[in-house]
Design a protein around this ligand. Sequence first.
Ligand SMILES: [Zn+2]
Length: 269
Amino acid sequence: MPELPDVELFRRHLDTSCHGRTILSATVADPKLLSGIDAAQLARRLAGTRIGASRRHGKHLFVAVGDAGWLGLHFGMNGSLLHLAPGDADPSYDRVRIDFADGHGLAYLNPRRIGEVVLVDDPDAFAAAERLGPDALDPKFERADFERRLAGTRRELKALLMDQAAVAGIGNIYSDEILFQARLHPSRRSDRLDAAERRHLWEQMRAVLETAVAAGAGAERLTERLPSRCLIPQRKRDGRCPRCGAAIAAAKFGGRTGYFCPRCQPQGG
Ligand SMILES: [Zn+2]
């Protein structure tokens, strides 16, 4: 599932390949993914607008489209964005396709058809309405705020990190990596961390996400691109801890399978 680093890479791909291009037409192959607008309305409002600035909040990407406001994209289970050069073959699973006046194009791909395409006036208002917490990499998001969120609830760490209302952008894969790097068991209670553990979790959350973005760790080639000290390449049967060599364990946490090192991340903490 695309998480913050993946969506940030989609954003950069969009910026470098489509910024400034004028939309000729938008074609919706799957109206089920639209929210609050129908296919004809979307096409009418996008036509003639230019791709402007882009923003990301957690796993949501927003693209300024002139008078039409902001096109908001959520990638669900396995969505992505693909720039199309003139003459490129039509890709598979393009649920929304934008054709530019200069022959280029942009495809919103979504094989599993879980996700959302919206047109909004204000991304901040959208994030508030969706009850999204602060973006995990937002420079304005401060450690004291994160620590208050940890202390203010009695939830297991993995579930809390994955809760988009607590902090936006982290899912199943990166919550495992962050907890591994912070040496915290996924089921530790958020309100029972000591000051050093809270601080370490904050620092590792930032470091892991920044490292993944810098490595260009898009979902498809994640395991090839991350440093070898990472847990993610070992999130599999027979995986080994890159730090101590112990067998990686898997267990259900709040309904999701999490991976961790039982030796580096002891339950008692
Ligand atoms: Zn270990």
